[in-house]
Ligand binder design. Structure first.
Ligand code: FAD
Ligand code: NAP
Ligand code: MG
Length: 464
């Protein structure tokens, strides 16, 4: 017996089947399991598989059908935060892997985990792969969204109407690519982190990385690990500021290039073989008209989203995962559960003005954050707020915040070994296993190698 039959004629459109879009599908399925009638859900994904960023693409530039490549991940990418900080509270690592694993798994292992809970459901039936959302319009009279779609495989354009639209298209895909005078004459490789696919091609080279956030840090360390001759990181505002091993250093911002020589603000100069712009990404929504578009840079509380999800002027337009991220998968879940309850008519939103007041409160606090610990506390409180609004299974967020702070400190202590540390799950209480090989010596990021000790290779199931 369903509890709310009026929902069955509502239609919900979701753009993107990455961790955020999949969280939205999961949220509806969790409610359906409790006997509620489901609205019709259609998720559009331009790639041929789900997983978003975690669905590795060896391609750069454009894909098979000429669409911009979404993926920014690369070979040998390992989680850069403890997995205990992103664990789904309704689907633990223990449940998925059946044994404790280390705290910093490589990409293929996390990709496997993301798929785990969704593979057990009928989620795939809701997703139209190889389908790009091209344009969205909203009709004030009918209160419906029209979404124009391209079925890439058969090269056909069509449109559909929805009562609610969930934008889960990610925001780490469209490069922010600054110009530096003379770079057009640089003789070596110049690329953005978005197009970086692994360190192999940079063996033996002297590299210049511009930027001082996660991409600069991780691509720098990876190139060092996999045999680059030297890595120089050039910062605009603040250096990363950890103690670097010999072979990696930080310098102030590039002022200009002359051939293969870069000049820096502190008056120094140096020759390089390649330049990698680790200069972040743009929130880019080419399928949305200007008045529905979220306009923000990468920060913990993009303005104009009530509870970080509802577009204030038009709350039927919902954005997931648009904030800068300490928390990831469990935050997307917490958002998706709240969004679901609103779409199901189970959660009423306050007036537009009251929403404005609430957002301003968060924005003001965001403006006054002073360090990483403050940022962790901010996002922790944000998620607590969300969880208080829905039935997403609560988990010990204070414990997760503590782990994030320990992680920040571990990185400062030693940027090359922090991934060898282990943490205890806030969901199951299980202590992580130590990986069989120290991270700096582990050059293979495959799931097979990760899950089985080298001497256990004969134990690998054939269907893995
Ligand atoms: P995405 O994963 O970006 O997925 C968005 C989906 O929308 C994609 O599948 C895309 O194809 C689709 N899409 C976009 N536009 C359209 C359209 N017009 N029509 C149809 N479909 C569309 N997080 C961690 O927790 N740990 C990590 O170690 C980590 N490493 C990262 C490394 C890199 C290099 C990057 C860039 C990010 C990393 N992240 C990491 C953060 C990562 O962004 C999140 O983990 C997560 O992937 C965000 O999920 P999402 O669904 O919001 O967006
Ligand atoms: P980001 O965190 O938004 O940082 C952008 C960086 O670019 C900042 O240091 C910024 O400097 C700099 N920058 C921007 N414009 C510049 C300019 N004109 N000149 C010089 N510097 C400029 O982006 P990101 O580092 O690409 O990280 C994006 C996401 O990817 C994060 O969620 C991260 O966790 C994830 N990631 C994860 C891994 C992993 O190991 N798993 C690896 C890479 C990335 P200012 O400080 O001056 O603004
Ligand atoms: Mg930052």
């Amino acid at each position: 017996m369903s509890k709310n039959n009026e929902m069955t004629n509502k239609r919900i459109g979701i753009i993107g089947a990455g961790p955020s879009g999949l969280a939205q599908i999961r949220a509806f399925e969790a409610l359906e399991a409790k006997g509620y009638a489901m609205p019709e859900i259609v998720c559009f994904e331009k790639q041929d598989n789900w997983g978003g960023m975690w669905n590795y693409s060896w391609r750069t530039g454009v894909g098979k059908y000429g669409e911009p490549i979404h993926g920014s991940m690369y070979k040998y990418l390992w989680s850069n935060g403890p997995k205990e900080c992103l664990e789904f509270s309704d689907y633990s690592f223990d449940e998925h892997f059946g044994k404790p694993i280390s705290s910093y798994p490589p990409r293929p292992v996390l990709f496997d985990y993301i798929q785990g809970r969704i593979k057990k459901s009928k989620a795939r039936e809701f997703i139209r792969f190889n389908t790009t959302a091209r344009w969205v319009s909203y009709d004030e009279d009918s209160k419906k969204f029209t979404v124009v779609l391209d079925d890439l495989k058969i090269n056909k354009t069509y449109s559909e109407e929805f009562d609610y639209l969930v934008v889960a298209s990610g925001h780490f895909s469209t490069p922010n690519m600054p110009y530096f005078k003379g770079i057009e004459n640089f003789p070596g490789t110049v690329m953005h982190a978005h197009d970086f696919r692994g360190a192999d091609q940079f063996k033996g080279q002297n590299l210049l990385l511009i930027g001082s956030s996660y991409s600069a840090e991780d691509i720098g360390v990876q190139c060092y690990k996999h045999g680059a001759e030297s890595v120089t990181l050039s910062y605009r505002s603040n250096p990363i500021g950890v103690e670097w091993p010999e072979g990696i250093k930080e310098v102030p911002l590039v002022t200009h290039f002359e051939d293969d020589t870069a000049f820096f603000k502190n008056g120094t100069q140096e020759k390089f073989d390649a330049v990698i712009m680790c200069t972040g990404y743009q929130h880019k929504f080419p399928f949305l008209p200007d008045e529905m578009r979220l306009k923000t840079k990468n920060n913990l509380y993009p303005d104009n989203l009530y509870k970080g999800i509802f577009f204030n002027e038009l709350p039927q337009l919902i954005y997931l995962g648009m904030q800068d991220q300490y928390y990831t998968f469990n935050m997307f879940d917490a958002q998706a559960w709240v969004a679901r309850d609103y779409m199901m008519g189970m959660l009423e939103l306050p007036s537009e003005n009251e929403r404005r007041v609430d957002m301003d409160k968060w924005l003001e606090r965001n403006d006054n954050l002073e360090n990483g610990d403050d940022e962790v506390d901010f996002q922790t409180d944000y998620i607590k707020d969300l969880i208080s609004m829905s039935d997403y299974p609560p988990f010990n967020l204070d414990e997760v915040a503590r782990m994030f702070k320990e992680w920040l400190k571990d990185k400062e202590d030693n940027i090359l070994t922090y991934r060898d540390k282990t943490f205890k799950s806030a969901v199951t209480g299980t202590m992580a296993a130590e990986h069989h090989t120290e991270w700096m010596d582990e050059l293979d990021d495959s799931k097979e190698r990760y899950l089985y000790e080298p001497e256990e290779e004969e134990l690998i199931p054939e269907n893995l």
